[in-house]
Design a binder for this molecule. Structure first.
Ligand code: AMP
Length: 395
């Protein structure tokens, strides 16, 4: 069923509840926002609503306050930053529900902004409690979800609320996410190459299963490659590996083969005793992993091999770094792949999380077609799972 978007509604004077993802990283000591990308990402929808003279009610969670009021997780710094960005006062009540909030929302002027206090100060939010959802719904005429990063969670503000508001839809950011990720699943230009890395294969098994049958090729890197190499009967030294997933990895390899999907594994590795900056390293082939060293990055032959495949691609999806990219010299593989993806000329989608930091670190973020704001959500989307935050808007 087609989703409505914020552009489909007459917004003037309407109370619009906009669920955004303001879950920004903060300095542990000072609480200062260390990266405001998520606030910036919500600005197109916020500005759109304000230009149309909506009464805009913003709501988000921040961190994990575990259902209790915890000043560490107040959205106050976000309210201040947002106010600077939109050059407008942001009214900031001390809660997200209750009589005080109702009064503020009742009295707000068209074109003004309220940012509610952290939704997760109430345990009912994550429990998707119907009474709490109804209270949030009671604040608005129109419900818009623009929080793609939490769309894979069925919480009151992302899912439950929608049952109580007839007029609902997605914001501009969520619309863009669905468009690009949807294109990967439905109409990718071929060859479609997916690069999967990161620490754990268990997080990505569902995605790989769903992408076999949709992609032409999967390039595996990062520590998750070691479960595959183990599945092939190779030794992996002291590398980080989910040994119990080796059998599943082997099954994935044979299923891919029978479906004509190429899965490439690293052919060489940068190994060291431990993750230490400027550690003494060696390059070894996959067949010759030393028993006492760990693989911490893909080696030069793998980089060349993967770059060649990336160069042929017309569509690329990438999630997860190729090595311990936070600690040089183990960032080389990830940096090289980032540059190759950016220079490929393909439609390129980066699936949130560490891969976003990697393209930023490589200085190529502006050459990527779409950088998803949701790591977990983008993976679940590509697993073919209907995200609760999107499904709730279809009813
Ligand atoms: P994920 O959250 O599963 O995408 O994993 C990201 C993490 O994987 C990063 O913190 C990387 O440092 C880590 N990682 C990638 N390759 C390796 C490796 N070969 N050994 C240990 N950790 C790795």
């Amino acid at each position: 069923m087609a989703l409505k978007t914020i552009r489909d509604f007459e917004l003037e004077g309407k109370r619009v509840f906009l669920r955004v993802d303001f879950n920004v990283p903060q300095d542990k000591q000072t609480g200062a926002i260390s990266d405001d990308t998520r606030i910036q990402a919500a600005l197109p929808t916020i500005n759109f609503a304000l230009e149309k003279k909506a009464r805009l009610i913003l709501a988000s969670h921040l961190g994990r306050p575990k259902g209790k009021v915890d000043p560490t997780f107040t959205l106050m710094p976000v309210a201040e930053r947002l106010s600077e960005l939109i050059e407008k006062d942001v009214i900031f009540p001390d809660d997200c529900v209750g009589d005080g909030v109702k009064k503020i929302v009742r009295e707000m002027e068209p074109g003004s902004v309220v940012l509610l206090e952290n939704l997760r100060f109430h345990p009912e939010e994550e429990a998707n409690d119907p009474a709490f959802s109804e209270k949030l719904a009671g604040l608005c005429d129109i419900y818009i979800n623009d929080a793609f990063g939490t769309a894979h969670r069925a919480h009151s503000s992302t899912a439950g609320i929608a049952a109580y508001v007839p007029d609902k839809g997605v914001g501009l950011l969520m619309e863009k996410e669905i468009e690009y990720l949807g294109k990967l699943l439905e109409s990718p230009e071929r060859p479609f190459v997916t690069i999967l890395g990161g620490a754990k294969v268990s997080d990505k098994i569902g995605v790989i299963q769903n992408l076999i049958g949709k992609v032409d090729e999967i390039l595996i890197c990062g520590a998750m490659a070691y479960a595959f190499l183990l599945g092939r009967g190779l030794a992996v030294g002291t590398s980080l590996v989910e040994e119990d997933k080796a059998k599943t990895a082997a099954e994935i390899l044979s299923r891919a083969e029978s479906r004509g999907v190429k899965i490439l594994l690293p052919v060489d590795h940068v190994v060291a005793k431990a993750v230490e900056p400027n550690a003494e390293t060696k390059i070894v082939s996959s067949e010759k992993m030393p028993f006492d060293l760990m693989g911490l990055d893909i080696g030069p032959k793998t980089i060349e091999l993967y770059k060649k495949e990336i160069g042929k691609a017309k569509t690329i999806f990438w999630n997860g770094p190729a090595g311990v990219f936070e600690t040089p010299p183990f960032d080389q593989g990830t940096m090289e792949l980032a540059k190759a993806v950016a220079g490929s000329g393909a439609m390129t989608v980066i699936g949130g999380g560490d891969s976003v930091s990697a393209v930023n670190k490589a200085g190529v973020a502006d050459k990527i077609t779409h950088i998803s704001t949701g790591g977990g959500a983008s993976l679940e989307f590509l697993e073919g799972i209907k995200l609760p935050g999107i499904a709730a808007l279809e009813s």
